[in-house]
Design a protein. Structure first.
Length: 651
């Protein structure tokens, strides 16, 4: 009797420890004082303490001591494994052993399994748990809510709706309004209309909950794409009840929903309602109506007479409704009917807008009717209707449909003057029009045939070269080009110095002699780079001068006085060419210079004599200059070079 009372006292203390921190450690101390064996209640209390403190290893050790574990013991062990984040394979193994022992899981384990999978964002795992154990135990509405929320967030609105619907159909309990709000957002985002309708009924109709504007916009867009005008009007009523000001993006989906169902009688008045709410509807707003009626002329006539009937009934009309009729006529190519509707616009108690004239100008473009476009522009000015960017764009394109299209550039400047930036499409259209009339002006002739201007340029360049060659050697006269000779020699010597500096040489002196060629003294460096550096740099410059000969303007070559006095910068290229030829000629044939670059190269590399080096450099120079001439012939094909030269010289 005393043992029984002591065991009961121990179990009572263990139950008390479940509400305190560090209860498991104190519970073990109390169990150590027990002389006999603990019973099932003792193990249940200890397992609960392990579950509370997520001590799975201790829980499994205690479970192994139980001779005949009960259903409660199994559930406590598995719950501890789940809450302590044990491996999924271990949890599955324990569940399988529990089933083999003839026990079923509790609702708590089912909820914890669902919570574990939803935390991992594993929709498949959550559904697997629900399918395997829903027959053994009824899942709680919290678990269903978690699975539904995960499905809605995983782009599976239909699955979320079906799970929620089946749960409420088989259970006396209902999901929370927040869960149905999540379903509503997901279904609206993915345009699943059955889920939207049911969720809206529960959230708004049954629970009178307010739906935020963002969700309302999602529902409206879904109603526009999956036509449901009735639900769209309910959404508008909900927005009004929340005192949210209506905007164009609220009412445009309603128009689209009515137009998609063919109910234009309800779609047209919404345009007037928008105007009453100080919302300016555009043609894009009524585009669904346009798509509906522009299928045939009969549909246009029906819409026109419907507008007349609505006007007689006192419905508020907006000019955008008439614009839709005119736009449909233009789209079908019936400009006569479009103008007739435009002339009767006063019957609807509205005035034509800028968009009205833009639509008619589009029709003028289709028919290349410039005279009608001018009349419409005159009417705009009389009625004080201000043109917008679209108006100018249509006027430009209309002018381009004519043979004489110069006015297009006038309207382009008018557009800029009005403060509008012409779009890229306008410039592209202008370019295409100009190219279509005179394509030869926009094609580059890259052939090697020499035109008349290039021929004259080459002849004059050759004459200059001969003259400079004579001036180079004739005493007294050669002083006329002395500065250019000095500049030419300077380029050559500084090329040696630069190459030496880059290869680590020390530059001691640079001497320039326009008659003898100059001299650069240096110590160190790499001679196989610094010695030919002057000529290698010459090769590059010779190629550039060949290009320059063909790109120079005509009068710069033909008018000697103008060249010498006004634009004397053309002399250096030819002086440079003459100097290179003269120096290379001296190195190869005459050997006039005792210590030239070629001689120094022959000392450094004895395999080739100085004449050989000079001959190699001569061939390279001629080749580079010839390449420059050929590229210039192919690249510079200006037929208007005389005019370019006149303009250039005038500056």
């Amino acid at each position: 009797m005393s043992r029984l009372s002591s065991l009961q006292q121990l179990n009572s203390k263990l139950a008390h420890f479940e509400t305190r921190k560090a209860g498991f450690a104190r519970a073990l101390k109390e169990c150590a004082s027990l002389s006999g064996e603990p019973d099932n209640d003792t193990y249940s209390h200890l397992l609960k303490l392990c579950y509370k403190e997520k001590l799975f290893n201790e829980s499994r050790a205690l479970f192994s001591e139980i001779n005949n574990p009960t259903n409660e013991h199994w559930n406590q062990l598995i719950s501890t494994a789940i809450t302590s984040n044990q491996k999924t394979s271990l949890v599955s193994s324990l569940l399988e052993k529990m089933r083999q022992s003839g026990f079923n899981i509790s609702s708590r384990i089912l909820d914890e399994l669902v919570a574990l999978n939803t935390r991992k964002k594993s929709l498949e795992g959550s559904l697997k748990v629900l399918q395997e154990y829903s027959e053994e135990v009824q899942p709680s509405y919290e678990s269903i809510g978690k699975i539904v929320t995960l499905a809605a967030q995983s782009a599976s609105p239909r699955l979320a709706f079906e799970i929620a619907f089946e749960f409420e159909a088989s259970s006396p309990r209902s999901l929370t309004v927040d869960t149905w709000m999540t379903i509503l957002r997901s279904c609206a985002y993915y345009h699943y209309m059955p889920g939207i309708e049911h969720a809206w009924t529960i959230v708004v109709s049954e629970n009178s909950s307010a739906v935020d504007e963002g969700t309302c916009l999602l529902v409206l867009n879904a109603c526009a794409r999956q036509p449901n005008p009735q639900l769209a009007t309910w959404v508008i009523s909900s927005l009004k009840s929340q005192h949210i000001p209506l905007q164009e993006h609220h009412l445009a989906p309603v128009i689209q929903a009515y137009a998609a169902t063919g109910n234009l009688k309800e779609a047209f008045p919404i345009l007037g309602i928008m105007r009453q709410n100080k919302i300016q509807p555009q043609l894009e707003t009524a585009l669904p109506i346009l798509d509906n009626i522009s299928k045939s002329i009969d549909n246009v006539d029906e819409a026109y007479y419907l507008l007349h009937d609505l006007n007689k009934q006192g419905e508020a009309m907006d000019v955008s409704a008439v614009n839709v009729i005119i736009s449909a006529c233009v789209k079908l190519g019936d400009m006569h009917r479009a103008l007739s509707t435009f002339q009767e616009i006063d019957q609807f108690k509205v005035k034509p807008s800028t968009e009205t004239y833009n639509i008619l100008l589009s029709g003028c473009i289709d028919g290349s009717n410039r005279s009608l476009g001018d009349k419409l522009l005159t009417m705009m000015k009389k009625q004080n209707v201000q043109p917008d960017a679209r108006t100018f764009e249509r006027l430009i394109i209309l002018c381009l449909t004519q043979t004489a299209y110069e006015d297009a550039f006038f309207y382009l400047e008018e557009m800029k003057g009005a403060g509008y930036i012409p779009p890229q499409s306008v410039y592209e259209t202008l370019i295409r029009r100009c190219y279509s009339l005179e394509p030869h002006l926009y094609r580059r002739d890259s052939s090697l045939s020499v035109n008349s201007t290039q021929k004259e340029t080459l002849i004059v360049a050759c004459v200059y070269a001969v003259v400079i060659g004579i001036l180079w050697h004739v005493p007294f006269l050669r002083w006329l080009i002395y500065p250019f000779k000095l500049l030419t020699v300077g380029f050559h010597e500084f090329s040696h110095a630069l190459a030496g500096k880059l290869t680590g040489a020390k530059i001691e002196s640079i001497r320039l002699d326009p008659h003898e060629g100059g001299e650069t003294r240096m110590r160190g460096g790499w001679s196989f780079i610094s010695l030919p550096a002057g000529f290698l740099f010459d090769l590059y410059l010779l190629g550039q001068k060949g290009l320059a000969v063909l790109s120079l303007d005509y009068h710069l070559l033909s008018a000697t006085c103008s060249v010498l006095v006004h634009k004397s910068w053309y002399i250096p290229p030819l002086c440079y060419i003459v100097h290179r030829c003269n120096e290379l000629f001296n190195d190869t044939l005459i050997r006039k210079v005792a210590s030239s670059d070629a001689v120094q190269m022959s000392y450094a590399f004895k395999c080739i004599p100085s004449r050989g080096w000079g001959f190699i450099w001569l061939l390279q120079s001629v080749g580079f200059f010839a390449c420059g001439i050929i590229v210039g012939i192919a690249a510079f094909k200006y037929e208007d070079q005389r005019a370019r030269a006149d303009m250039f010289l005038s500056t």
